[in-house]
Design a protein around this ligand. Structure first.
Ligand SMILES: [Zn+2]
Length: 204
């Protein structure tokens, strides 16, 4: 029986240590161990590693679960970071790339100095056409009197035929109004009456 090589014995040893070998195989192994110091040591080593208290049997599973949790946590963190990065980049592009900003938040700014229109309606020249036209789907039909204006202003809005669409309403500096009554893609004439010397109106 001693003809069986150490390598063969060591292949069987795990099964032998687990006591799942046949009586015949066990005899062969034991006979070899009796006269082979090296394999005896190998076997003792293996036994010391294999003998695990019952309650720690779940260790590998726990370790796996723990690793999996860590992995999931990492994935969540990375997802959140990536999302925030994308949002931040989007925001920075929106804020800093004028064309993008103008596309998504089209706004027309109208400023007047030394208005000197107290008591008189005068036309507010808006943009290139001089008329107000909400021609973008992204426009909210909103009108705001800038907070830096030095006084309130009254406004009224007419259609192209001169009919009053929105009768006089007054805006205090820093306040705005929703122009729901106005149609999209339609030109209107905006008139202003104020005693303020600086007027800044935004249509968006
Ligand atoms: Zn041996």
């Amino acid at each position: 029986m001693s003809r069986i090589s150490c390598n063969t014995i060591r292949d069987i040893l795990p099964l032998y240590v687990d006591e799942v070998v046949s009586a015949e195989t066990r005899e062969i192994v034991e006979e070899h161990l009796d006269h082979c110091e090296a394999c005896r040591k190998w076997c003792a080593d293996m036994k010391s590693r294999v003998v695990i208290p019952v309650e720690s049997d779940t260790k590998p599973l726990k370790a796996f679960k723990h690793a999996w949790k860590r992995k999931r946590f990492l994935i969540s963190v990375i997802s959140v970071v990536l999302t925030l990065t994308v949002v931040l980049i989007g925001y920075l592009v929106y804020e800093n790339v004028g064309v993008v900003h103008d596309f998504f938040s089209p706004a027309t700014l109208v400023t007047m100095r030394n208005t000197d229109s107290a008591g008189q309606w005068q036309r507010l020249e808006i943009g290139e056409t001089g008329c107000l036209n909400f021609d973008s789907v992204f426009q909210a039909k909103r009108m705001v009197l800038d907070g830096n204006c030095d006084g309130p202003a009254a406004f009224r809005i007419r259609d192209q035929q001169g009919n009053i669409v929105l009768d006089a309403f007054t805006l205090q500096p820093g306040t705005g109004v929703q122009l729901e009554k106005l149609e999209k893609n339609t030109s209107y004439i905006v008139e202003i009456k104020t005693s303020a010397t600086y007027i800044c109106v935004t249509f968006s």
